[in-house]
Design a protein around this ligand. Structure first.
Ligand SMILES: Cc1ncc(COP(=O)(O)O)c(C=O)c1O
Length: 381
C-alpha cells in the first residue's frame, strides 16, 4: 500500500495552495529540490572539475530514461524544448526532401507540435476532433501518398484525450508514414514503448510531469530517422573529435556528426538541473508507475463523479478509461472565467485552456482537494 499522505508531505506546495496545474508545470518534491541544490553546490565549491564525469552521468541517465520507453540510451538526449525538437526535424525535412510532402497533425495540438513545421512552409493538414477525440480512422483518412509524417500528442493538453499510440503506429508503419509523438503531457506517467508503437521520433518536455522545473525536453529519435534526416546545424558538442583532443578544433577539416542522439546537443546545456532530474525519476520509480496511474485514475474518477452530480459539462472524453489521462477539462459556459478567479481567491489553482476549465490531478492531490474544488464549482451551477 502506498502512503499517499506521506507523498503529499514531500510537496510543500500542498501547504500553500490546492494545485491542479501540473499540466502547466508540476511543483518540486523535496528530494528533487535537494538534488538541484546538490548539483549547484558542487559548482559552488568545485567549479568545472566534474564536467567530464557529469557528462558520463548524463549519458547513464539517458540510458536509464531510454529503458522507460524501451530503447537504447544512444537514441535519447535533451534539447531545450519541444518547439526546438520539432523545428530541428522540420528544418531537416526541408533540407533533405525534394518532392512535395505534407504532414498530418491534430487541430487541438499545442503549437509546440506544429509551428516549427508551418514556419518551414510544410503543407500541414489538421484532423478535426470528434467530441474531443481523434479516432484513428479520421487521422488515416487525412493521409495520402505524399504524407511524410503524422505528428500527434500522446495526451492532448487542452482535453486530456490519450491517443492509442500502438494502434496508430501500426497503421502508419503499414503506410510507410513517419510517426512523431509529443509525449509532454503523458511522460513518464503513461507507458510508452517506442518499438512496439513504431515511433520514429518523440519529445517530452519534462516540466509538466517530471517535477524538476523547466529543464528541457527528452528527445528520442530512431537510428534510421537520424541517418535519413540529419540536423540542419552542427556545434562543437554534436561532432566527433579525434583521439588527441575531445574538442574538434581544426578549421576547414572534415568532421562527422555523432551517430547517437548527441548530434542534437550543439553546445553546453543546463546540465546541473538535468542531472537532478534523476532524483525525480528515482522518486517516481520508487512509488511505481502503475501505482501512480491507479492513483491518477482514482482521483480523476472522483472528480468526474462529482462534476456529473453537479451536472457540469465535461469536455474531456472520459467514457473510455484507456483514452483518459491526468487532465480533466470542464465548462460552465460563460461563467468559466469568474469561476477560475473565485477558485484562485480560495487558493485553488486551475487553468483555462481552449476556453474551458482545466484541472490536472497529480500524486500529491487528495480527495479533500477535489471536494474543495467542487464546493466552489457548485456555486456556479
Ligand atoms: C503538449 C505540450 N507540448 C509542449 C508544451 C511546451 O512546449 P515547449 O516545450 O516547446 O515549451 C506544452 C505546454 O506548455 C504542451 O502542453
Amino acid at each position: 500500500m502506498i502512503d499517499w499522505e506521506k507523498i503529499r508531505s514531500d510537496f510543500p506546495i500542498t501547504k500553500n495552495i490546492i494545485y491542479f496545474q501540473s499540466a502547466a508545470m508540476s511543483p518540486l518534491p523535496i528530494p528533487v529540490f535537494n538534488a538541484i541544490q546538490r548539483e549547484y553546490r558542487k559548482l559552488l565549491r568545485q567549479g568545472d572539475i566534474h564536467w567530464m564525469n557529469d557528462m558520463e552521468k548524463f549519458r547513464r541517465q539517458c540510458a536509464d530514461l531510454a529503458e522507460l520507453i524501451h530503447t537504447a540510451g544512444e537514441n535519447i538526449t535533451f534539447v531545450p524544448n519541444t518547439s526546438s525538437a520539432m523545428s530541428i526535424m522540420a528544418a531537416s525535412f526541408k533540407n533533405h526532401i525534394q518532392k512535395p510532402f505534407n504532414i498530418v497533425s491534430m487541430e487541438d495540438e499545442f503549437p509546440a507540435s506544429t509551428l516549427g513545421y508551418e514556419y518551414q512552409g510544410v503543407d500541414m493538414r489538421y484532423v478535426q476532433p470528434v467530441e474531443a477525440r481523434y479516432p484513428i480512422e479520421s487521422i488515416l483518412k487525412m493521409t495520402d501518398r505524399n504524407t511524410l509524417a503524422v505528428v500527434t500528442s500522446h495526451v492532448q493538453y487542452a482535453t486530456g484525450f490519450r491517443q492509442d499510440l500502438k494502434a496508430l503506429g501500426q497503421e502508419l508503419k503499414k503506410r510507410r508514414i513517419l510517426f512523431i509523438v509529443n509525449a509532454t503531457q503523458s511522460f513518464p506517467f503513461f507507458p510508452i514503448d517506442v518499438r512496439a508503437m513504431n515511433i520514429d521520433a518523440l519529445t517530452a518536455s519534462v516540466h509538466k510531469w517530471g517535477f524538476t522545473g523547466h529543464i528541457g525536453t527528452m528527445f528520442y529519435t530512431s537510428p534510421s530517422f537520424r541517418r535519413k534526416y540529419p540536423p540542419a546545424w552542427a556545434g562543437w558538442m554534436s561532432v566527433m573529435s579525434g583521439e588527441e583532443d575531445f574538442i574538434h578544433t581544426a578549421k576547414n577539416a572534415p568532421f562527422r556528426l555523432h551517430d547517437s542522439a548527441e548530434r542534437y546537443i550543439l553546445g553546453t546545456f543546463n546540465l546541473q538541473p538535468l542531472l537532478a532530474f534523476q532524483a525525480s525519476v528515482d522518486y517516481l520509480k520508487a512509488i511505481g508507475f502503475q501505482n501512480i496511474r491507479n492513483r491518477i485514475m482514482e482521483l480523476t474518477d472522483y472528480l468526474i463523479n462529482g462534476l456529473n452530480k453537479l451536472k457540469v459539462k465535461i469536455i474531456s472524453p472520459v467514457a473510455r478509461k484507456k483514452e483518459r489521462s491526468a487532465i480533466i477539462s470542464f465548462s460552465l459556459g460563460a461563467k468559466n472565467r469568474l469561476c477560475i478567479k473565485t477558485l484562485a481567491k480560495n487558493k485553488i489553482s486551475v487553468g483555462e485552456r481552449a476556453g474551458n476549465i482545466r484541472a490536472s490531478l497529480n500524486i500529491f492531490n487528495n480527495f479533500e482537494d477535489i471536494d474543495r474544488l467542487l464546493e466552489v464549482v457548485k456555486n456556479f451551477c
